[in-house]
Ligand binder design. Structure first.
Ligand code: UDP
Length: 253
Protein backbone atom coordinates (compact mmCIF):
# COMPACT_ATOMS: atom_id res chain seq x y z
CA UNK A 1 0.00 0.00 0.00
CA UNK A 2 1.33 3.46 -0.84
CA UNK A 3 2.50 5.46 2.13
CA UNK A 4 0.63 8.72 2.51
CA UNK A 5 2.43 12.01 2.59
CA UNK A 6 2.89 13.75 5.92
CA UNK A 7 2.45 17.48 5.48
CA UNK A 8 3.06 18.63 9.05
CA UNK A 9 3.58 17.21 12.52
CA UNK A 10 2.82 19.25 15.63
CA UNK A 11 2.77 18.40 19.33
CA UNK A 12 -0.71 16.84 19.39
CA UNK A 13 -1.62 16.28 15.74
CA UNK A 14 -0.28 15.16 12.37
CA UNK A 15 -1.54 16.41 9.01
CA UNK A 16 -1.47 14.17 5.94
CA UNK A 17 -2.31 14.95 2.35
CA UNK A 18 -6.03 14.44 1.79
CA UNK A 19 -7.79 12.36 -0.87
CA UNK A 20 -8.75 15.40 -2.94
CA UNK A 21 -6.98 18.68 -3.64
CA UNK A 22 -7.73 21.26 -0.97
CA UNK A 23 -8.23 18.63 1.73
CA UNK A 24 -6.05 17.24 4.52
CA UNK A 25 -6.37 14.38 6.97
CA UNK A 26 -5.92 15.51 10.59
CA UNK A 27 -4.67 12.74 12.92
CA UNK A 28 -5.01 13.23 16.70
CA UNK A 29 -2.10 11.83 18.72
CA UNK A 30 -2.24 10.68 22.35
CA UNK A 31 0.68 12.97 23.20
CA UNK A 32 0.12 15.64 25.81
CA UNK A 33 2.52 18.54 26.23
CA UNK A 34 2.53 21.61 28.44
CA UNK A 35 4.78 24.55 29.23
CA UNK A 36 6.06 24.76 25.66
CA UNK A 37 6.67 20.98 25.57
CA UNK A 38 8.81 20.94 28.76
CA UNK A 39 6.26 18.53 30.27
CA UNK A 40 5.30 15.54 28.11
CA UNK A 41 3.26 12.35 28.44
CA UNK A 42 1.27 9.88 26.39
CA UNK A 43 -2.35 9.78 27.57
CA UNK A 44 -4.05 6.71 26.15
CA UNK A 45 -7.37 7.64 24.56
CA UNK A 46 -6.77 11.41 24.41
CA UNK A 47 -6.43 11.48 20.62
CA UNK A 48 -9.69 9.65 20.06
CA UNK A 49 -11.52 11.86 22.58
CA UNK A 50 -10.25 15.08 21.04
CA UNK A 51 -11.09 13.85 17.55
CA UNK A 52 -14.70 13.28 18.69
CA UNK A 53 -14.97 16.47 20.72
CA UNK A 54 -13.50 18.65 17.99
CA UNK A 55 -15.93 17.04 15.53
CA UNK A 56 -18.80 17.81 17.90
CA UNK A 57 -17.88 21.50 18.36
CA UNK A 58 -16.94 22.15 14.73
CA UNK A 59 -20.13 20.47 13.44
CA UNK A 60 -22.17 22.62 15.80
CA UNK A 61 -20.39 25.76 14.62
CA UNK A 62 -20.90 24.83 10.95
CA UNK A 63 -24.58 24.31 11.81
CA UNK A 64 -25.00 27.90 13.04
CA UNK A 65 -23.12 29.41 10.11
CA UNK A 66 -19.69 29.81 11.70
CA UNK A 67 -17.39 28.40 9.02
CA UNK A 68 -14.80 25.80 10.08
CA UNK A 69 -12.32 23.54 8.31
CA UNK A 70 -14.12 20.37 9.46
CA UNK A 71 -15.56 18.18 6.68
CA UNK A 72 -16.14 14.78 8.31
CA UNK A 73 -14.68 12.31 10.74
CA UNK A 74 -12.92 9.41 9.05
CA UNK A 75 -12.21 7.06 11.97
CA UNK A 76 -11.31 7.00 15.70
CA UNK A 77 -8.34 9.28 15.31
CA UNK A 78 -8.72 11.06 11.99
CA UNK A 79 -10.89 13.67 10.38
CA UNK A 80 -11.04 15.12 6.89
CA UNK A 81 -10.52 18.90 6.87
CA UNK A 82 -10.19 21.74 4.37
CA UNK A 83 -6.65 22.85 3.72
CA UNK A 84 -6.26 26.49 4.76
CA UNK A 85 -3.53 29.08 4.85
CA UNK A 86 -2.96 29.37 8.60
CA UNK A 87 -2.71 32.81 10.19
CA UNK A 88 0.26 32.52 12.60
CA UNK A 89 -1.76 33.62 15.63
CA UNK A 90 -3.46 31.96 18.57
CA UNK A 91 -6.71 33.74 19.28
CA UNK A 92 -7.67 33.45 22.94
CA UNK A 93 -11.07 34.42 24.36
CA UNK A 94 -11.45 34.78 28.11
CA UNK A 95 -14.64 34.98 30.18
CA UNK A 96 -13.08 34.39 33.59
CA UNK A 97 -9.53 35.18 34.74
CA UNK A 98 -7.13 32.22 34.79
CA UNK A 99 -3.69 31.10 33.65
CA UNK A 100 -1.43 33.69 32.06
CA UNK A 101 -3.94 36.56 32.46
CA UNK A 102 -4.11 35.99 36.21
CA UNK A 103 -0.33 35.82 36.44
CA UNK A 104 0.35 38.84 34.22
CA UNK A 105 -2.21 41.17 35.77
CA UNK A 106 -2.46 39.76 39.29
CA UNK A 107 -6.16 38.92 39.00
CA UNK A 108 -7.27 35.99 41.11
CA UNK A 109 -8.17 32.88 39.10
CA UNK A 110 -11.94 32.51 38.92
CA UNK A 111 -12.70 36.25 38.82
CA UNK A 112 -15.43 36.88 36.22
CA UNK A 113 -14.28 39.42 33.62
CA UNK A 114 -16.46 42.47 32.88
CA UNK A 115 -16.76 41.31 29.25
CA UNK A 116 -15.13 38.67 27.07
CA UNK A 117 -11.54 39.62 26.28
CA UNK A 118 -9.95 38.61 22.96
CA UNK A 119 -6.16 38.33 22.83
CA UNK A 120 -3.66 37.45 20.11
CA UNK A 121 -0.49 35.42 20.61
CA UNK A 122 2.16 35.04 17.92
CA UNK A 123 2.62 31.34 17.16
CA UNK A 124 6.31 30.70 17.62
CA UNK A 125 7.48 27.96 19.99
CA UNK A 126 11.04 29.30 20.13
CA UNK A 127 9.66 32.58 21.51
CA UNK A 128 7.08 30.86 23.75
CA UNK A 129 4.06 32.21 21.80
CA UNK A 130 4.26 35.84 23.00
CA UNK A 131 1.20 38.04 23.54
CA UNK A 132 1.01 40.63 20.74
CA UNK A 133 -1.14 43.66 20.04
CA UNK A 134 -3.16 44.45 16.91
CA UNK A 135 -0.40 46.96 16.05
CA UNK A 136 2.15 44.13 15.90
CA UNK A 137 -0.19 41.95 13.85
CA UNK A 138 -0.68 44.64 11.22
CA UNK A 139 2.87 46.04 11.23
CA UNK A 140 4.41 42.60 10.72
CA UNK A 141 1.85 41.63 8.09
CA UNK A 142 0.44 38.58 9.88
CA UNK A 143 -3.09 39.83 9.16
CA UNK A 144 -4.84 42.98 7.95
CA UNK A 145 -7.15 45.25 9.94
CA UNK A 146 -10.11 43.64 8.14
CA UNK A 147 -8.81 40.18 9.10
CA UNK A 148 -8.47 41.31 12.71
CA UNK A 149 -12.05 42.56 12.79
CA UNK A 150 -13.23 39.29 11.23
CA UNK A 151 -11.14 37.24 13.69
CA UNK A 152 -12.59 39.04 16.71
CA UNK A 153 -16.13 38.56 15.35
CA UNK A 154 -15.48 34.85 14.67
CA UNK A 155 -13.87 34.32 18.08
CA UNK A 156 -16.81 35.96 19.88
CA UNK A 157 -19.33 33.84 17.97
CA UNK A 158 -17.37 30.72 18.90
CA UNK A 159 -17.37 31.95 22.51
CA UNK A 160 -21.14 32.42 22.56
CA UNK A 161 -21.71 29.00 21.05
CA UNK A 162 -19.24 27.11 23.24
CA UNK A 163 -20.31 28.92 26.43
CA UNK A 164 -23.94 28.00 25.77
CA UNK A 165 -23.22 24.38 24.92
CA UNK A 166 -21.02 23.93 27.97
CA UNK A 167 -23.45 25.72 30.29
CA UNK A 168 -26.11 23.26 29.14
CA UNK A 169 -24.06 20.41 30.62
CA UNK A 170 -23.07 22.20 33.84
CA UNK A 171 -19.64 23.39 32.71
CA UNK A 172 -18.29 26.94 32.80
CA UNK A 173 -16.20 27.99 29.80
CA UNK A 174 -13.38 29.97 31.41
CA UNK A 175 -11.30 30.59 28.29
CA UNK A 176 -10.21 28.93 25.05
CA UNK A 177 -7.85 29.24 22.13
CA UNK A 178 -8.66 28.92 18.45
CA UNK A 179 -6.60 29.15 15.31
CA UNK A 180 -7.91 30.65 12.12
CA UNK A 181 -7.06 30.06 8.47
CA UNK A 182 -7.77 31.66 5.11
CA UNK A 183 -9.52 29.93 2.24
CA UNK A 184 -9.69 31.44 -1.20
CA UNK A 185 -12.87 31.51 -3.22
CA UNK A 186 -11.76 32.99 -6.54
CA UNK A 187 -10.18 36.33 -5.71
CA UNK A 188 -11.93 36.52 -2.37
CA UNK A 189 -10.66 35.19 0.91
CA UNK A 190 -12.69 34.00 3.84
CA UNK A 191 -11.52 33.30 7.37
CA UNK A 192 -12.56 30.01 8.90
CA UNK A 193 -11.97 28.26 12.22
CA UNK A 194 -9.21 25.66 11.84
CA UNK A 195 -7.01 23.43 14.04
CA UNK A 196 -9.08 21.88 16.84
CA UNK A 197 -11.50 22.77 19.60
CA UNK A 198 -11.06 20.39 22.51
CA UNK A 199 -10.31 20.37 26.25
CA UNK A 200 -6.62 20.66 25.23
CA UNK A 201 -7.27 24.27 24.24
CA UNK A 202 -10.07 25.31 26.63
CA UNK A 203 -10.46 25.80 30.36
CA UNK A 204 -13.57 24.01 31.55
CA UNK A 205 -14.73 24.09 35.18
CA UNK A 206 -17.71 22.33 36.70
CA UNK A 207 -20.29 25.03 37.47
CA UNK A 208 -21.14 23.61 40.91
CA UNK A 209 -17.86 22.21 42.22
CA UNK A 210 -15.25 24.11 40.21
CA UNK A 211 -13.61 20.80 39.24
CA UNK A 212 -11.34 21.17 36.21
CA UNK A 213 -11.99 19.08 33.08
CA UNK A 214 -9.25 20.48 30.84
CA UNK A 215 -5.51 20.35 30.22
CA UNK A 216 -4.80 22.06 33.57
CA UNK A 217 -5.45 18.57 35.04
CA UNK A 218 -2.23 17.55 33.26
CA UNK A 219 -0.36 20.85 33.65
CA UNK A 220 -1.02 20.95 37.42
CA UNK A 221 -1.09 17.17 38.19
CA UNK A 222 -4.72 17.18 39.33
CA UNK A 223 -5.60 13.59 38.37
CA UNK A 224 -6.42 11.59 35.24
CA UNK A 225 -6.62 13.66 32.07
CA UNK A 226 -8.39 10.85 30.17
CA UNK A 227 -11.07 10.72 32.90
CA UNK A 228 -11.54 14.52 32.74
CA UNK A 229 -11.96 14.57 28.96
CA UNK A 230 -14.19 11.50 29.10
CA UNK A 231 -16.46 13.34 31.54
CA UNK A 232 -16.79 16.26 29.09
CA UNK A 233 -17.55 13.86 26.23
CA UNK A 234 -20.04 11.90 28.36
CA UNK A 235 -21.92 15.02 29.44
CA UNK A 236 -22.14 16.22 25.85
CA UNK A 237 -23.45 12.81 24.77
CA UNK A 238 -20.47 12.36 22.49
CA UNK A 239 -19.20 9.22 24.16
CA UNK A 240 -21.03 6.89 26.49
CA UNK A 241 -17.97 5.21 28.05
CA UNK A 242 -14.32 5.72 28.90
CA UNK A 243 -12.62 5.27 25.56
CA UNK A 244 -9.26 4.57 27.20
CA UNK A 245 -10.80 1.60 28.97
CA UNK A 246 -12.10 0.10 25.73
CA UNK A 247 -9.05 0.93 23.63
CA UNK A 248 -7.41 -2.40 24.46
CA UNK A 249 -8.58 -5.54 22.61
CA UNK A 250 -11.21 -7.44 24.57
CA UNK A 251 -12.71 -10.86 23.93
CA UNK A 252 -16.36 -10.76 22.94
CA UNK A 253 -18.26 -13.92 23.86
N1 UDP B 1 -3.91 27.76 25.11
C1 UDP B 1 -3.67 26.81 24.13
N2 UDP B 1 -2.43 26.72 23.57
C2 UDP B 1 -1.41 27.52 23.92
C3 UDP B 1 -1.65 28.50 24.93
C4 UDP B 1 -2.91 28.59 25.51
O1 UDP B 1 -4.56 26.05 23.76
O2 UDP B 1 -0.31 27.41 23.35
C5 UDP B 1 -5.24 27.87 25.71
C6 UDP B 1 -5.25 27.39 27.15
O3 UDP B 1 -5.59 26.02 27.24
C7 UDP B 1 -6.32 28.25 27.78
C8 UDP B 1 -6.28 29.56 26.96
O4 UDP B 1 -5.62 29.22 25.74
O5 UDP B 1 -7.59 27.67 27.60
C9 UDP B 1 -5.54 30.68 27.65
O6 UDP B 1 -4.27 30.22 28.03
P1 UDP B 1 -3.29 31.12 28.90
O7 UDP B 1 -2.88 32.31 28.11
O8 UDP B 1 -3.89 31.37 30.23
O9 UDP B 1 -1.96 30.30 29.01
P2 UDP B 1 -1.53 29.08 29.94
O10 UDP B 1 -1.88 29.43 31.33
O11 UDP B 1 -2.28 27.93 29.37
O12 UDP B 1 -0.05 29.01 29.67
Amino acid sequence: MARRTKVYEGKAKVLYEGPEPGTLVQYFKDDATAFNAEKKAVIEGKGALNNRLSEFFMTGLNGIGVPTHFIRRLNMREQLIRAVEMIPLEVVVRNVAAGSLSKRLGIEEGTALPRPIVEFYFKDDSLGDPLVTEEHVIAFGWASQQDLDDMVALALRVNDFLSGVMMGVGIRLIDFKIEIGRVWEGDFQRLIVADEISPDSCRLWDIKTGQKFDKDVFRRDLGSLADAYTEVARRLGVLPRNIAAVAKPTLIN
